[in-house]
Design a protein around this ligand. Structure first.
Ligand code: AP5
Length: 209
């Protein structure tokens, strides 16, 4: 596989986590999701989790320096990575450039209406983190994970008013990264409305080239 330092970019609900979890199975690369790391810190009541929680509950971004300090060591020690949810601001992207070069940034496009529809129907397994959707990918037994039988839950920030703020924050702070990486010649865009398998096939082709 040619590309080992990969960023998945896109609005909330575009499918970054869904695709990253599948790519980990086929590539063996390390999945680094700042959202998953932060939720784990919140669940364990750490200092970082306590600082981050209020931002996350509102759908606002956690301050750049907290995020950069949290992710730097994980990037430096990974033997190839898929970054999901980082960078999310130009300041984070500039910090990332100082930590490591990137091979490709894959931007998964999705409209605001589809973001709201999808995230309102998302459910996640509390035990293994598998992602479901009550509309497009429901579990076989309501409320239970197909793989491990764990309980499915709805994320605190998947409430309609928070989803709308997350999308606005994405447009203001993260969408400028599309041009940032276009200017560096490493951006590839994919249409996130297509079925999961089709998006996965395109991403696989891009990172294998
Ligand atoms: P984070 O957890 O990163 O949330 P996000 O970027 O808003 O992304 P999501 O996890 O909501 O969506 P996704 O693109 O992974 O979609 P998924 O695959 O689940 O961040 C949460 C919070 O943490 C932030 O708001 C912020 O406070 C903080 N934070 C995190 N990183 C930060 C940073 N770098 N700086 C500052 N703050 C930070 O899919 C969504 C749904 O759609 C699922 O139900 C799935 O089954 C379904 N689906 C996926 N693909 C398809 C498809 N092709 N067709 C149909 N349905 C699909």
């Amino acid at each position: 596989m040619a590309k080992r330092r990969i960023v998945l970019l896109g609005p909330p609900g575009a499918g970054k986590g869904t695709q990253a979890k599948r790519l980990v199975e086929t590539t063996g690369l390390t999945h680094l999701s700042t959202g998953d790391i932060l939720r784990d810190e919140v669940a364990h009541g750490t200092d970082l989790g306590n600082q981050a929680k209020a931002y996350m509950d509102r759908g606002d971004l956690v301050p750049d320096q907290l995020i950069i300090d949290m992710i730097r060591g994980r990037i430096e020690t990974a033997d190839g990575f898929i970054l999901d949810g980082f960078p999310r601001t130009v300041a984070q992207a500039e910090a990332l450039e100082k930590i490591t070069p990137l091979d490709v940034v894959i931007n998964i496009d999705l409209s605001r209406d589809e973001v709201i529809r999808r995230l309102s129907a998302r459910r996640v397994c509390r035990s293994c983190g598998r992602i479901y959707n009550l509309l497009s990918n429901p579990p076989q037994v309501a409320g239970k994970c197909d793989v491990c039988g764990g309980e499915l839950y709805q994320r605190d920030d998947d409430r309609p008013e928070v989803i709308k703020n997350r999308y606005d924050v994405y447009m203001a702070s993260t969408a400028p990264l599309i041009k940032f990486y276009q200017d560096r010649g490493i951006l590839v865009s994919t249409d996130g409305r297509r079925p999961t398998d089709e998006v996965f096939a395109q991403i696989t082709a891009v990172i294998s080239a």
